[in-house]
Structures are given as structure tokens and as C-alpha cells.
Design a protein around this ligand. Structure first.
Ligand code: NAP
Length: 306
């Protein structure tokens, strides 16, 4: 069965990853685009989802690629219209919104998928296998990138609900929540530019249920070499996931390197969920971010000027 899918919010991630993944996967067909300022040649184009739903274009599913602040309203429209919904990360601006979507999708009998693309990085599954049966002693997460390079012009990121440096940092947490035992926040420092609502830098200290410290250093102003690394010290040696989870190192030796591809796996999972009539709703990475906003100390940082 072909899944006719519409993209809502044709921005950077929709163009860079969703369009190529849909193009590559024979189970999907791009049925429409709903975006205020852009479309795709040869594909029906609408300003927003409401306009698409009012048209005669037939479709089965939507991929919501807008900023998180507007995600719930659009997702609810789609679910109420009986469409399967793929939510870009983070799945909502609040945890309660996602709970509402989960209940609404179950009641309507449609698939809801919270996507955590970094979990599909090629070295994450091998890391899970390697860690199995080992005792974790400590974890260091370094997620440092240059916002001016990776998020040019994305003003929503600095507004309330935009998450600031947690927009990339939540990707690290999405990996940590599948490779580590449960962990909880003990302390956080959030550096918020004086002209923004969201942090540009954050230091977090968690502890696993087994007592191991988990430190995370998120920085949005990293110039030069970028780092998306998770280093896990265990009783059986040191594991390092680098390049966002596409390379795995054991005791300093490269043990696994795969293509830097995450979205084909994510679309494969979406197609399988739809075929099975299931949903996959996991808010654990977003819950850790919410905890940081609840518990974290605020420090005022210099104004951010793009
Ligand atoms: P983006 O480039 O700003 O694109 C978002 C698109 O959503 C915009 O182009 C805009 O298209 C539409 N939109 C609808 N309502 C909007 C509003 N109120 N404010 C701004 N735009 C609105 O952002 P993005 O990088 O694609 O990120 C979108 C989502 O994907 C975020 O949740 C992000 O965390 C996630 N994501 C991004 C990346 C990445 O590397 N960039 C990677 C993975 C996931 P119109 O103006 O045409 O309506």
C-alpha cells in the first residue's frame, strides 16, 4: 500500500532530510506540501494544513516539520481528520500537549510517531549491543555546534518553547535515553542571552539509577571543530559515540562507522507502525529538557546577535 504523505512546514529539515527520504522509500508518495512560503515543483501546494484538508487532495499521513511551538495545533487537526502523524523532534512545546496527541491518536485509531532521528544514527544500535551487560562508571556528553552555521535565521529557536541549545542537545538526550539505564537530573546551569528566552549554553549533571554520574555540556556558540560526542566509561572499557552517533570507538579504536543517514530508518519505522496499526510515543528526551528548565539555575549571557 502506498502511503500518501503531506509535509507541513517546508523548512531546512524538510528539504534536507524528509524530501530525500520520502523520494527513496517506495512505500511513500509525496501528496502535498502545506507551507506558507514555499512548495515543491509538481506537488499540490497549500498555505497550511487547514487549507489542504479543505481541498480534494487525498492523503493518508503528515510529517510535521514546523517549529515546536505550533506543532500541537496542527497535529490535532491532522489526527482529528484521521491522518497518521509523524512529529519532528521535539514532539511538542510541552509534555501535556504530547499526552493529548497520544490519547487523540489512540481514540481515532491513527498512528502517532514521535521521531528522535539521532536514535537512527548507524552506531547507536551497535553501542547498545556493546554496552549490554557492562557496568557504566561515568558518562560525558559534549554537544557543541555553531548555531550560526546550522540554524541560520531560525528566530523561533530563541523564543519561548524554541529550546535554544536544547534543540540540538535533545538529540544527545534521545541517544542517552536508549543506551543508558534511567538517569535523573541533579543540577543544571542555563545561560540565557539577555535578548532571548532560550539558553545558548547549558551544563547538566545527571545520575543514573545505578549511581553513575552523567555530565552534559551543550554549547551553541562552538566555532571551528564541532562535537556531537557521548563518552561512556564502563568496567569493560571506554565507548565513544562521535559525529552524532554515526561512529563508534572502543578504547580509542574505531569499531564502527556508517553512513551519516538517519531519516530513511525513521521513515521505515513510520511505515511499519502504520502497517501494524501502532504508535510510538516517547517523551523521555523532552522530559529531561523540561526537568532542566524546572531545576536549572539561570545565568544571563551576552545578547545573541546573528
Ligand atoms: P525551519 O528551517 O525554520 O523550518 C520550519 C518551517 O516551518 C519554516 O520554513 C516555516 O515554513 C514553517 N512554519 C510554520 N509555522 C511557523 C512559525 N510559527 N514560525 C516559523 N516557521 C513556521 O526549521 P527546521 O530546522 O526545519 O526545524 C523544524 C523542526 O525540525 C524543529 O522542531 C527542529 O528541531 C527539527 N529538526 C531540525 C533539524 C535541523 O538540522 N535543522 C534537524 C532535525 C530536526 P513556511 O514559512 O513556509 O510556513
Amino acid at each position: 500500500m502506498t502511503i500518501r504523505i503531506a509535509i507541513v512546514g517546508l523548512g531546512k529539515i524538510a528539504r534536507d532530510q524528509h524530501l530525500p527520504a520520502i523520494e527513496k522509500d517506495a512505500r511513500f508518495e509525496l501528496a502535498a506540501v502545506a507551507s506558507r512560503s514555499a512548495g515543491v515543483d509538481g506537488v499540490p501546494h497549500f498555505t497550511d494544513l487547514a487549507e489542504l484538508l479543505a481541498s480534494d487532495v487525498q492523503f493518508d499521513a503528515v510529517a510535521l516539520c514546523t517549529p515546536p511551538q505550533v506543532r500541537h495545533t496542527i497535529a490535532r487537526q491532522a489526527i482529528d481528520a484521521g491522518k497518521h502523524v509523524m512529529l519532528e523532534k521535539p514532539p511538542g512545546a510541552t509534555l501535556s500537549e504530547v499526552e493529548d496527541l497520544k490519547a487523540a491518536a489512540a481514540a481515532k485509531g491513527v498512528t502517532l510517531q514521535t521521531t528522535w532521528h539521532s536514535r537512527y544514527a548507524t552506531a547507536v544500535a551497535p553501542a547498545q549491543t556493546w554496552l549490554s551487560g557492562k557496568t557504566i562508571k561515568s558518562v560525558q556528553i559534549n554537544w557543541k555546534e555553531d548555531v550560526r552555521v546550522w540554524h541560520p535565521g531560525q528566530t523561533w529557536i530563541w523564543q519561548a518553547g524554541g529550546l535554544g541549545v536544547f534543540d540540538p542537545g535533545i538529540n544527545a538526550l534521545s541517544i542517552a535515553t536508549v543506551v543508558l539505564p534511567a538517569f535523573f537530573l541533579e543540577k543544571a546551569t542555563l545561560h540565557v542571552p539577555e535578548n532571548c528566552q532560550s539558553p545558548v549554553e547549558a551544563q547538566l549533571t545527571f545520575r543514573t539509577v545505578t549511581g553513575a554520574p552523567v555530565k552534559a555540556d551543550f554549547d551553541f556558540l562552538q566555532t571551528g571543530e564541532q562535537s556531537w560526542d557521548i563518552i561512556i566509561d564502563t568496567d569493560g572499557g571506554e565507548l565513544k559515540l562521535s559525529h552524532g552517533g554515526s561512529r563508534l570507538w572502543v578504547d580509542g579504536v574505531l569499531a564502527h562507522e556508517g553512513p551519516d543517514e538517519e531519516y530513511p530508518g525513521l521513515y521505515d519505522a513510520f511505515a511499519r507502525l502504520i502497517a501494524a496499526g501502532g504508535s510510538d510515543v516517547d517523551v523521555s528526551p523532552l522530559r529531561h529538557v523540561a526537568d532542566a528548565f524546572l531545576l536549572g539555575e539561570r545565568v544571563t549571557a551576552p545578547a545573541f546577535v546573528e
